[in-house]
Ligand binder design. Sequence first.
Ligand SMILES: [Ca+2]
Length: 320
Amino acid sequence: MKRNIIIDCDTGMDDAQALLLALRSPAFNVLGVTCVNGNVTLDKVMINTLKVVEHSGTDVPVYRGAAQALIPEKSQNAPEIHGSDGLGNLDFPAPVTQPADENAIAFTIRTLMAAKEPIDWIMIGPLTNAALAMREEPRILGKIRMLTMMAGAIDFGNTTAAAEFNIFADPEAAKIVFEADVPKTMVPLDPLWHGGQVNKEYIDQIAARKDLPWCDMAAKIMRRTIDMAAGSRRRYAMGEGAVSPPDLLTVALAIDPSIGQFEQYQVRVETLGQYTRGMTVFDRRWNREFEQGTHVNQMAVCLSADPQKYGQLLVDTLAK
Ligand SMILES: [Ca+2]
């Protein structure tokens, strides 16, 4: 049976690949895609998300969410990673469809409250929309089967030495989501260096189906990612001819958790800190006992992934 899904995103290059996988997956029934400020400004995120949905061959509705972080002056964008348009400045045609009239937070609350069966909620951007929805209607927490998020880092960050982008872009929102009493799966940056990459052989198989608009778009973005990383240290981190989009791995793990290895940790978000704002603090003490009353901070954390199983899922879902 297909699982009902809501995906929240800030469509840059890795979100685009992740959305294509989710929208094409026979495991998912995507009820809506909600958008948030992040990789690029919300206006660009809306355009990019509509482009991606149009390339997916589906007509899933797209909703406009928060244009700023909970502390507006702390809002972030990352055009240096995703290109000024957020999709690597590839010439995808302008969208012909429009966003839905309803606001993303209203859509999320309405959909969760009306759900007869619990819904999977996947977050691959800053957690602003999710925090706003939880704050406005806490009863939605009882409607969530699993909250899966690309968020944080154990070893080191990417935006700062300590912080990963999605958390750094709105730590106050992340704190609300991390402390929500729901089952949580966290995909930090770490598995990207431990098997969570898409190797060249799979990229080639996706590129070979450029007759399919979703494969054409995914392959162009993957190859652009490789070009943009050329000559930088990112290239060595990804491996030759490979890509490691964090959001794509997150959706793949939501489809098939057996792609990854997980451990349970208590994780907190640092909202202060001169050097550590936005850091995710993992309690990895070998002798730790979960503290009384703080079980809400527990989550399943992905530490590594199987690159063959991951690549095969992408090919089977997108390119068959
Ligand atoms: Ca993202």
